[in-house]
Design a protein around this ligand. Sequence first.
Ligand SMILES: Nc1ncnc2c1ncn2[C@@H]1O[C@H](COP(=O)(O)OP(=O)(O)OP(=O)(O)O)[C@@H](O)[C@H]1O
Ligand SMILES: [Mg+2]
Length: 458
Amino acid sequence: MPAHILVIDDEQNYLLLLDTLLADEGYSLTTLQDPELALEYLVESDVDVVITDMKMPRVSGQDVLEHIKKNYPHIPVLIMTAYGSIDGAVQAMRCGAFDYIAKPFSNDELLLSVHKAVKMSEAEQQNRLLRQSLQEKHGSHNIIGRSQGVRQILDLVARVAPSTSNVLITGESGTGKELIAKALHYGSNRQNGPFISVNCMALNPGVMESELFGHEKGSFTGATVKKRGRFELAHTGTLFLDEIGELSFDTQVKLLRVIQEHSFERVGGSESIHVDIRLVAATNKDLQQEVEEGRFREDLFYRLNVVNIHIPPLRERVEDIPLLAAHFLHTFSQENNKDVQGFSPQAMQALTAYHWPGNVRQLENIVERCVVLARGATIGLEDLPAEFKEESTQYKSAADLLPTEINLGETLEKIEAALIRRALVRSNFVQVKAAETLGISKSLLQYKLKKYNISGKQ
Ligand SMILES: Nc1ncnc2c1ncn2[C@@H]1O[C@H](COP(=O)(O)OP(=O)(O)OP(=O)(O)O)[C@@H](O)[C@H]1O
Ligand SMILES: [Mg+2]
């Protein structure tokens, strides 16, 4: 689609001139003599660039500019001024005009400026689309689950996202810590700022400091150019410190100082740099315990842990498994151009009974593999990896377990937990029903749910 340009000038001659000139360049033009009408026109039309005369009766070009900057800040505005009234032009540039052109102008001069404005408008539009798609991709609506645990997290994310409080996300590997960190960012008013992630485990301690805080040219061998660190890059956005439990003691001290003083220096530099960032940290370690054992600074822990979002492991929110599995099935079917519709009841049962040491990531990987290898429309028990068949046969045929070397108590508990999960899934998490199927009282079921850390809806 050609760029749409709105031209406002009380002099008909100029409108005619611009109309011919710009239409010849392939732009789509609207010309209006009355600035008030033009402002009304903007409400309903998609305009990419505005060109306005400065001196007009009643509403001036300056008024038009201010109105547009306030209501449509993405539209570049070109100002035309009569020769000699440069002051107005300077003022207009200060108010955010894209450029000004003195009348009379040469065609080339005008076209050059218009081309630039159109380019800028296109780039702005693309940025907006990109931001929208990032928001779409990482917003909290992508967090799947209906368990109590997930509902509490969603509620917390919605309440905490708009604040600037530091957040510590805890949970086993693969539970969705990064997903939550992004939801916090894209749900905040920092969403147009950057989301910068640092994995404290992947970086070796020697370069950690320069990665985080940047360095000045020549500050150490190999520092041939000045480099901005992640703290600077995250300015106006969110800095996500992943695997924070792996931070060396030295870096912990430095991080604490930055949090307290909101400023830092680049390695080898003396200039104090201030940044406006929101810190979100994540760990699969028990940081409280790390503190008690002297591996993590207590003061830093409290600074990071202003709000704690804990993500329960998948095995403690069994009711999310069918939802997540269906979600991944749908995603990977589409991605692979396959028409896989669902899981057989046995396969779903095996999935819900499994203990998921790798949590949601493991589920995602297994579903992807199943979809890629699927021959039919349904994924059956036989399509799942071997460990699922074993796990599901644990309660099918307990005798199969006897010849192997096993601890009786543990195995019986495993079988009991698996049976309870199965009964819950089959009764759609209605506990009374599940208890009935199992032939036990509701209170005994509830006791066992607690004992095995199984979540069940009330
Ligand atoms: N509730 C959920 N809904 C949808 N997808 C999820 C959910 N939880 C996790 N995932 C997906 O599971 C995968 C793992 O999540 P993520 O990388 O956020 O986990 P993590 O806790 O950071 O893991 P690690 O500790 O291994 O770094 C991602 O692809 C993520 O999109
Ligand atoms: Mg992670």
